[in-house]
Ligand binder design. Structure first.
Ligand code: GLN
Length: 293
């Protein structure tokens, strides 16, 4: 079989599910991953011959894509903030909205006096490590801690730190649990605390695409309807105690709970609390500063 024929089969089988454009990008990702062939090769050499084992690999991938398995899990990799990340079913696939959160933090870090000493950052519920690692790559000399309750998620996060050549202090702990305070005692205060905790309510489940619902870790996505701000409350209380006097707290939030989440920070005496929208115009980020003592 040749490359072009394989591409046609992908279109015949998948266009109805994903649309032509998305199927093209899946095919390019597969050729890059399985054949180590850059996407331009498809234009330069559409008649490139593919061996039988290679063809079989493509057909296996095609079957998974037909069942709506996310391509990132299929290939075991993705990109976030221009960096490579390994992913599997134990971690959430990094989202573009979260890239916006990282950009917001970097903007604020840049505005700080560069002569100040290295800053300390804590990422709560790190998952694949995407926030902690992209901050580590972009904030010189930062000392970064990243916490997650899932041992399996931390395994991937550690691989990602190595892959991107950064040093992160990973800690297995839950923010809902008192033990996380003692686990973090070594570094008693932080300049920045950031979190993208689970925030989808049961009642919003029907808005979630089946490929997300059936494949991504529910532990990282869902909270109970009657206490949707559970993680935000715990993190806000933790942060007001553990941030340095001029420290900042950053959250990714549920777009339908913007005002309620903002109020939590206000009630906890955070200052300059700002609710910010993502590129889709949804309330998605929250920033608060601990008051200067
Ligand atoms: N933004 C993610 C989604 O829509 C959810 C992330 C989270 O719950 N923290 O699937």
């Amino acid at each position: 079989m040749v490359l072009k024929e394989l591409q046609n089969i992908f279109h015949i089988e998948l266009d109805a599910i994903y649309g032509k454009h998305e199927v093209d990008s899946f095919f390019y990702l597969c050729t890059e991953h399985y054949l180590n062939v850059p996407r331009i090769q498809l234009t330069l050499e559409p008649e490139l011959a593919i061996t039988k084992p290679e063809t079989d690999t493509f057909f296996k991938a095609l079957e998974h894509l037909k069942q709506q398995k996310p391509i990132q899990y299929l290939l075991g990799e993705t990109e976030f903030f221009g960096l490579p990340f390994k992913v599997n079913e134990n971690v959430l696939i990094p989202r573009p909205e979260t890239e916006e959160l990282v950009a917001l933090i970097l903007q604020n870090v840049k505005n700080q006096d560069p002569k100040t000493k290295p800053i300390t950052i804590l990422d709560i519920g790190t998952g694949s490590g995407c926030i902690a690692i992209s901050l580590a790559k972009n904030v010189p000399n930062a000392k970064i801690y990243a916490l997650d309750v899932s041992k399996d998620a931390l395994k991937i996060a550690k691989q990602n730190a190595d892959l991107n050549n950064v040093k992160i202090n990973f800690i297995e702990a839950s923010i809902l649990d008192e033990t996380c305070h003692s686990a973090l005692d070594a570094e008693s205060t932080f300049d920045i605390i950031v979190s993208n905790p689970p925030y989808i309510r049961e009642l919003e489940k029907r808005e979630i695409l089946p490929n997300v619902l059936e494949n991504e870790p529910h532990l990282a996505l869902f909270v109970e309807d009657d206490n949707p701000l559970l993680f935000y409350k715990a993190i806000t209380n933790f942060a007001i105690e553990k941030l340095k006097p001029n420290g900042q707290l950053y959250f990714e939030i549920n777009q339908y709970l913007g005002e309620e989440t903002k109020q939590l920070l206000v009630d906890a005496q955070f200052k300059k609390v700002e609710l910010l929208k993502d590129l889709n115009g949804n309330d998605r980020m929250l920033k608060g500063c601990k008051v200067l003592e």
